[in-house]
Design a protein around this ligand. Structure first.
Ligand code: UDX
Ligand code: ADP
Length: 463
C-alpha cells in the first residue's frame, strides 16, 4: 500500500519537525499536522518563520519548502483523521502528577483521547503510528480502544519512536543513525510496516530502517534514553570526584572516550541533564520494572535520576557556599535557561532547579537566554509551585541583553552551553560586576585559565 495522505496529531517539538521533514522529502504525500492548541497552529502558519513555535536550526527552511504545497497545519483534527491513511500520534506523555504511579508513570490521557477520537472518526482502515515515547505495551491499549469503540474498520498499530535530539532535530531527521519501526508479526502487520518503510525510504537507505515487533520497538526507545542519561550521570558522578582530587573531568572524559568500546560521545559533565525525555523515560522504566516486581532493575535505573538531582543541587549549594554562605539580596546572573543549546525548550532544564534553590536563599536572579521568552521562565518557576507567582516575579528579572543581566552581579552561573557565551567581551562583563566576581560554569563552555587571568573567581563542573 502506498501512502498518499498522512495526519499527525500533536504539533509539538516532535510532531512539527518530523512531519515537516517527511513533507519536505515526500512531495507526493499530503501531510497535515493537527493540534488542539489554536495558537500553536497559528504560529506554525505564521508568515514570519521567526514566530514558529519550535526553534530548531534549519527548521524554518524545511517548513517554507513544503508549507502550503503538501504540508498543512490545522485545528480540524477530525477532518485530517478522516482523510488520512496513516495517523501519527505525537502528543505529549508527561509524568503523572496524580493518583497511582504519580511522579513516575507516564500520563496516557492525551494518548487515550487521541485513540478514542480516531476510533470515532474513522470510516476506513487506518494505520496508527505511535511517535510519542510510550511505556511498553501501550500499543495494546491503543488497539483495544480502537477495536472496541471504532466503527468496525481495521486498525494496524505501529511503534515508530523518534530518536531526534532537540537542537539538532533537522540533521537527525535528515540523516538518522537508524529508523525503528515495530509492528504486528502477521501479514497485515507486516504490510503496515512495509507502508511506513516506503515513506522513510524516500530519503533513508533501507539498511538503516530497522523493523521489529511492537514491544521491542517500544522498549528500545526507553532503553536508548536510559543508556544515554546513564552516561551523563556516570560522568557527572566522576566530576564530583575530580573536584576533590584535582583530576580534570574533561581530561578523564577524553581519555576514556578514546577507548572504542566506550566511545567519546555523551561524556560531557554538566550541571545535569534536562529535557522532556530522559527523566520521564527513566521514571517510566523504573515504574514498569517495579510493576513486574523487578526491584533491583528499578533501583539500578533510579540511581541515574538520583545522581542527576544531586548534581543540580550540588551546583546551587556550591554557589551559596562560595559566596560566603549567603546569597540573600545578591544578584546572580543566569546565562541560559534552555535545557541545552540551540533550542527554546526548557522542560526539566537544570536552570529551573538551580534557580529554585537560590530563590529559597533569597537571591535576586537575572536571566538571559537568547531564545527563551520571559513568560516561559515564569511558567517554569510557577509550575514548581514552591512559592507564589508574585514571589517568583519579585526574585527573578529577565533581560534581553546579557551585559545588562551581568551588570552589578555578584556571580554568573552558566546553565546552557550557548555558543555565543564564548564570544562575549568578558573583560567588559568583569568590569561591571561586584568584586570578587564569581563565575560558575555549569556547562564547561569557558576556559578556566583564561577566565582566571581576567580576574574572575572561576569554577567549572569537574575542574
Ligand atoms: C534525547 C535523546 O538524545 C534523543 O535521542 C531522544 O529522542 C530524546 O531525548 P534531547 O533530550 O533532545 O534528546 O537532548 P540530548 O542531546 O540527548 O540532551 C539531553 C540532556 O543531557 C541535555 O540537558 C544535555 O545538556 C545533557 N547532556 C548531554 C549532558 O549534560 N552531557 C552530555 O554529554 C550530553
Ligand atoms: P513533544 O515534545 O512530545 O512533541 P509537545 O508538548 O511539544 O510534546 O507537543 C505535544 C502537542 O500535542 C501539544 O501541542 C498539544 O497541544 C498536542 N495535543 C495533546 N493532546 C492532543 C489531542 N487530543 N489532539 C490534538 N492535539 C493534542
Amino acid at each position: 500500500m502506498k501512502i498518499k495522505n498522512i495526519c499527525c496529531i500533536g504539533a509539538g517539538y516532535v510532531g512539527g519537525p518530523t512531519m515537516a521533514v517527511i513533507a519536505h522529502k515526500c512531495p507526493d504525500i499530503k501531510v497535515t499536522i493537527v493540534d488542539l492548541n489554536a495558537q500553536r497552529i497559528a504560529d506554525w502558519n505564521d508568515e514570519n518563520t521567526e514566530n514558529l513555535p519550535v526553534y530548531e536550526p534549519g527548521l524554518d527552511k524545511i517548513v517554507l519548502s513544503a508549507r502550503g504545497r503538501n504540508l498543512f497545519f490545522s485545528t480540524d483534527v477530525e477532518k485530517a483523521i478522516d482523510e488520512a491513511e496513516m495517523i501519527f500520534i505525537s502528543v505529549n506523555t508527561p509524568t503523572k502528577t496524580y493518583g497511582l504511579g504519580k511522579g513516575m508513570a507516564a500520563d496516557l490521557k492525551y494518548i487515550e483521547l487521541c485513540a478514542r477520537q480516531i476510533a470515532a472518526v474513522s470510516k476506513n482502515n487506518k494505520i496508527v503510528v505511535e511517535k510519542s515515547t510510550l511505556p511498553v505495551r501501550t500499543a495494546e491499549a491503543i488497539k483495544n480502544i480502537l477495536d472496541n469503540t471504532g466503527n468496525g474498520v481495521e486498525f494496524q498499530i505501529l511503534s515508530n519512536p523518534e530518536f531526534l535530539a532537540e537542537g539538532t532535530a533537522i540533521d537527525d531527521l535528515l540523516n538518522p543513525d537508524r529508523v525503528l519501526i515495530g509492528g504486528g508479526t502477521d501479514t497485515k502487520g507486516q504490510e503496515a510496516i512495509e507502508a511506513l518503510v516506503e515513506v522513510y525510504a524516500n530519503w533513508i537507505p533501507k539498511e538503516r530502517i530497522l523493523t521489529t515487533n511492537v514491544w521491542s520497538s517500544e522498549l528500545s526507545k526507553l532503553t536508548a534514553n536510559a543508556f544515554l542519561a546513564q552516561r551523563v550521570s556516570s560522568i557527572n558522578a566522576m566530576s564530583e570526584l575530580c573536584e576533590k582530587t584535582g583530576a580534570d573531568v574533561s581530561e578523564v572524559a577524553r581519555a576514556i572516550g578514546m577507548d572504542s568500546r566506550i566511545g567519546s560521545k555523551f561524556l560531557k559533565a554538566s550541571v545535569g541533564f534536562g529535557g522532556s525525555c530522559f527523566q520521564k523515560d527513566i521514571l517510566n522504566l523504573v515504574y514498569i520494572a517495579k510493576s513486574y516486581g523487578l526491584n533491583e532493575v528499578a533501583d539500578y535505573w533510579e540511581q541515574v535520576i538520583i545522581m542527576n538531582d544531586h548534581q543540580k543541587r550540588r551546583f546551587a549549594a556550591n554557589i551559596i557556599k562560595t559566596l560566603y554562605n549567603t546569597v540573600s539580596g545578591k544578584k546572580i546572573a543566569f546565562l541560559g535557561w534552555a535545557f541545552k543549546k540551540d533550542t527554546n525548550d526548557t522542560r526539566e532544564s537544570a536552570a529551573i532547579y538551580v534557580a529554585d534553590d537560590l530563590l529559597f536563599e533569597q537571591a535576586n536572579i537575572a536571566v538571559y537566554d537568547p531564545k527563551v521568552e520571559e513568560h516561559t521562565i515564569f511558567r517554569d518557576l510557577d509550575y514548581l509551585a514552591t512559592r507564589k507567582p508574585e514571589e517568583n516575579k519579585e526574585g527573578v528579572t529577565v533581560f534581553e541583553d546579557p551585559y545588562e543581566a551581568c551588570r552589578d552581579a555578584h556571580a554568573i552561573a552558566i546553565l546552557t552551553e550557548w555558543d555565543e557565551f564564548k564570544q562575549y567581551d568578558w573583560d567588559r562583563i568583569y568590569h561591571n560586576m561586584k568584586k570578587p566576581a564569581f563565575v560558575f560554569d555549569g556547562r564547561n563552555v569557558l576556559d578556566v585559565e583564561e577566565m582566571r587571568s581576567k580576574g574572575f573567581v572561576f569554577s567549572s563542573i569537574g575542574k
